[in-house]
Design a protein around this ligand. Structure first.
Ligand code: COA
Length: 149
């Protein structure tokens, strides 16, 4: 039977800790991104950033965040699925949840900087590349965007 996940927009301190724990495992431990780059000012309490976390039962297994970027434009960042849960459709689910929240918040377009290995994942969700490949935290990235209908 396919696994079921519960995706929540973070409301509590515990949910925020859970989202950050997934990001720590994926970005800091697995991808060796320096902690001071991974956790940044957009994670601070009181900022307009929306955080998302997915649970398998009680276990946090995926995360992402959405923040204002420009008038009418949101930016999706820190999309992470624990390695054992990849390829199950969970990445797509958390993206769709963030897109729905973006629409409800009045965004007409979403932007993201994709790690190049994940470009196809985002293309399948309707994002198109813009500009050239660049490096961030030692990882090749490409900017992508998608108009929201
Ligand atoms: N390359 C090509 N296609 C990919 C892909 C990849 N790296 N990752 C997913 N896809 C495809 C899947 O095959 C699937 O296609 P389908 O609809 O034809 O079946 C579709 O994208 C959705 O995949 P899904 O199972 O929802 O993706 P996932 O749960 O494995 O999550 C990531 C994808 C990128 C979020 C996950 O691999 C991850 O967390 N990676 C490490 C962190 C990271 O690099 N995040 C991206 C930062 S920009």
């Amino acid at each position: 039977m396919p696994k079921t996940y519960e995706i929540r927009q973070v409301q509590t301190d515990q949910e925020k800790r859970d989202a950050l724990s997934v990001r720590r495992t994926v970005f800091i431990e697995e991808q060796q991104v320096p902690e001071e780059l991974e956790i940044d000012e957009h994670d601070e309490a009181g900022t307009p950033t929306l955080h998302f976390v997915a649970y398998a039962g009680d276990i946090p297994v995926a995360a992402g965040r959405l923040r204002p970027y420009a008038p009418g434009v949101g930016k999706v960042e820190r999309v992470a699925v624990l390695s054992g849960e990849r390829g199950t459709g969970l990445g797509r689910l958390i993206m769709q949840e963030m897109e729905e929240a973006a629409r409800q918040n009045g965004y007409r377009k979403l932007k993201l900087n994709a790690q190049c290995h994940a470009r196809r994942f985002y293309e399948k969700l309707g994002y198109a590349p813009i500009g050239d490949v660049f490096e961030e935290a030692g990882i090749p990235h490409i900017s992508m965007e998608k108009p929201l209908s």
